[in-house]
Ligand binder design. Sequence first.
Ligand code: SF4
Ligand code: SF4
Length: 479
Amino acid sequence: MLSGCISCITGGIRYHEISCRIYRFSLYAISTVSSGLSISERSGPSAEPRGGIPIPPMQNAQSPDNWHIVRITTVNRKKQAKEWYDMKTAFHVMLIPTLGCPSKCHYCWSSDERSPRMSTGTVKEVVEWLKEFRNERVTFTFHGGEPLLAGADFYREALPLLADGLRHLNPTFALQTNLWLMTPELAQVLSEYNIPIGSSIDGPEEICDRQRGDGYFKKTMRGYDIARANGLHVRFICTFTRQSVQLKEDIFEFFLNNGFTLKLHPALPSLRSDAPDEWALPPEEYGELLVFLLDKYLEHMDKIEVMNINDLCRGVFTRRGSVCTFVNCLGNTLAVGPDGSIYPCYRFVGMPEWVMGNVSDRPSMDDLSASAAWRRMQKFQDYVDEHCRDCAHTDYCRGGCAYNAMAPSNGAVMAVDPHCPAYKRIFDEISKRLDREMYESRPVGTRRRRPGLRKPERPGVTMLMHAIVEKTGALEPGY
Ligand code: SF4
Ligand code: SF4
């Protein structure tokens, strides 16, 4: 049996310092049945993860007073570590059937009416390329533009090509769409592969249509009804702009009252826009918005899920990012454009200077890494290593998103993600709350709280982590 700090051990620091906050927290917080927790080891703090800490559902989950024992055993260690590893390192390929989109959202940077459509011939090339490229589980996300423009026949052919041709990689699928073009026929094709749908809605109809265009809301909800009627699971991304952030209360209530899971996107500066900051959410306001959502989420944890807050808290707790923004995405996320060009991610698609290769050439990882685009992305990682070195949050922030960082400087690496102040604000807040909750909880092995300390009146970050584990059976990432 091993015991100690989950994060330090999984982070490669086998013999942690007693002053480590997470160590102390792990002794006090998250109580669980001990069996089944597993730890895996890494060769060093900067190594790629080779394992982790899947945590089984807990007993007595309703009782916050039962959070105080962390015992880590090696039961099922190998199996669970592998599952965790697969999850954390899931290789992600975004397929962009077209950059065209029937919607004209005011802040959108990715729509291009002249864009070609991906053929199923290109999908076959993707399959041939990936057969030898990387022997790991792969997730495909169809993104755009608007991926449903490709039509039902495209998906009817493309999905079996990918699923059967890459069976050894155990592929899974997702699709990001505004749902306008959803039809029962398309929904049935997608439901055969149980494809989760990510869509976008920015709050109540008036707020949404003000920034996405008249009629957006109704068209999306019509597609939502069709998707749901065919058994598809839909989650919404809500883009907060510098205008809509003033109405954050109304927006949160909308998601809460409709029972929608909320995933937040801050409107971003764009590499393609003449006025990149027109809609962009300023970092300071973004930080305050995240703290607002943390409070609201903790208040209504039983009724809503705010995915970003899950990811941020999980990052602080495990000291590892679990979404692309907070890990080194280079090489783990790739995007294939309509003509088969390969890019670092979907946000670069359509920009020739960011092409790393083409699927028809079957490039290896070494080939891609020799491209100028790859080297520029690598330069960003080097910049982060240098400039974020002294930041307390660097392990689970990693400088934020490379695209965000380079957008304001026209592709040059001159800074970290401009949302850095927002990340610091929310990471500081979560860390502070974890510390306080740890201190206020009962010491290990005692029945009494510290003198003068009362039982917390409101759920905190600890309880949120508890809820995630209870729901998912693991601290799994929120892709
Ligand atoms: S560039 Fe940004 S959006 Fe793209 S994969 Fe990396 S972190 Fe994610
Ligand atoms: S919060 Fe800012 S300084 Fe810290 S790691 Fe993230 S980007 Fe770097």
